[in-house]
Write a protein of this length. Structure first.
Length: 440
């Protein structure tokens, strides 16, 4: 059946194979120039990045519209190629224009906004998250247009402006104000990937994400009594916070068994390799991310402060109630001197996207065309994406990153060495094109 599926996919593709020797250097140039636009969020400003995309797409005759959210800086982009069958709703390619900040000194000799080629990798902020995929989306549309191919259904691309800070002016704003312009049957976003070591050492497991953990961000604030550091007191805000954190961190373990995680485990041969990624997808997690305390700048060593704060990045498995989690957290801390504040609005559990669909089958076929040895599986990811907003609307949203990456390279996302292999980028460009010209 696998061979038959691959043959069915390959037959229409052979009719108009693009000139990849010309297109691949162009794709690399696109990504390098895109990285060189520092669309850092915060402060969010995607005007230049959106204008760059618009110019490249319009140059080949693709219709593009920009959406200014009101401040002249937060700009979303929608591009569309009309399809043949108007009875079928579009495929939406979803990416985001913004990237997280950088510590330039930590990047060493590599400029994080250079798009430099070094050691077989493209380096720079956004290569993984997610300008690399954005260029793959662009190239899929540009290649369709250059080849004179009309897809079965409309292909829409939405490049949003503020995914890295929650999507309030990006996907959420577009759904509230211009839903008709991005109305689709399926969404293709970032998320899943192929790897030979994250799930099982030496085994190529290729995940297509269909679900993700809910982000829940919490601030704990302890209040005590200011005093001289030479004389310890029980009302030391730091010690109150320390005790509260110890009780809070015990809550993170647990979470309901998840069918997608079990499918991933089966694809991995029955057991996961040990690692932070596989550990995170099997349970609710809580990470201590910031601590703030002290009096003065720099803080005085001999002064006991009257207040201390900590933030917790909690990620909840599907099926976990955020309200119940917070309620149990408060009960565990059980200290009137400690307040528990939510710093984000929990998005709620959107559930799992249906993976018994025509698009999911096409994604699997494309993966197997390029990686016939792969075990393809639906996947749960421990981080959050804009797919959640579409899953809440009932749309199947899939995370498809057409790259095979070792864990050490995936770990460079948001780091001071973010990069992707050049050969995998080229393969990803071809894979994305194969998806958009398929029928499903």
């Amino acid at each position: 059946m696998r061979l038959l599926g691959l043959m069915m996919l390959a037959l229409p593709l052979a009719a108009a194979e693009p000139d990849w020797q010309t297109l691949e250097p162009y794709a690399l140039s696109l990504l390098q120039r895109f990285i060189q636009i520092p669309s850092i969020n915060p402060p969010a400003d995607t005007k230049r990045a959106a204008a760059f995309m618009k110019a490249e797409l319009e140059a080949v005759g693709i219709a593009v519209k920009l959406y200014d959210t009101g401040d002249g800086k937060l700009v979303n982009l929608v591009a569309r190629i009309p399809g043949r069958d108007k009875s079928k709703k579009p495929l939406l390619l979803l990416n985001h224009l913004d990237v997280v900040p950088v510590d330039r000194k930590a990047w060493g000799t590599v400029d994080p906004f250079s798009g430099a080629l070094k050691d077989g990798f493209i380096w720079g902020r956004g290569t993984l998250d997610m300008k690399g995929i954005g260029v793959m989306h662009m190239m899929a549309m540009i290649t369709l247009k250059k080849a004179g191919l009309t897809p079965e259904r409309d292909i829409i691309m939405l490049a949003s402006c503020d995914e890295e800070t929650g999507g309030e002016k990006g996907v959420k704003w577009m759904l509230q104000n211009h839903a008709a312009d991005i109305d689709a049957e399926f969404v293709l976003d970032e998320g899943g990937l192929g790897t030979r070591d994250i799930f099982r050492e030496g085994k190529l497991v290729y995940g297509i994400s269909v679900a993700e953990k809910q982000p829940l961000w919490i601030r704990l604030r302890a209040t005590g009594t200011a005093a001289h550091g030479s004389q310890p007191i029980p009302e030391n805000a730091n010690m109150i916070l320390y005790a509260a954190l110890a009780r809070a961190m015990a809550l993170a373990e647990g979470g309901k068994a998840n069918d997608v995680v079990e499918a991933m485990r089966k694809a991995s041969g029955g057991e996961f390799a040990a690692g932070k990624f596989t550990a995170a997808i099997q349970k609710n997690t809580m990470t201590l991310t910031t601590l703030r305390s002290g009096v003065g700048d720099p803080p005085k060593i001999n002064v006991i402060p009257s207040a201390a704060e900590a933030t917790l990045d909690c990620r909840l498995l599907p099926g976990t109630s955020a309200e119940e989690f917070v309620s149990e957290l408060k009960a565990r801390i059980n200290d009137k001197r400690v307040t528990v504040e939510l710093t984000n609005t929990p998005p709620g559990d959107p559930g799992t996207s249906n993976y018994e669909t025509g698009l999911f089958r096409v994604l699997k076929q494309v993966i197997l065309k390029y990686h016939p040895e792969a075990e393809v599986t639906p996947m749960l990811v421990p981080y959050s994406t804009d797919s959640t907003k579409f899953r809440h609307k009932g749309l199947p949203a899939y995370g498809f990153t057409p790259l095979v990456l070792p864990g050490q390279i995936l770990a460079t996302m948001h780091s001071d060495a973010e990069r992707i292999p050049l050969d995998q980028f080229y393969t990803g460009v071809r894979m994305m094109f194969d998806v958009v010209r398929s029928e499903f």
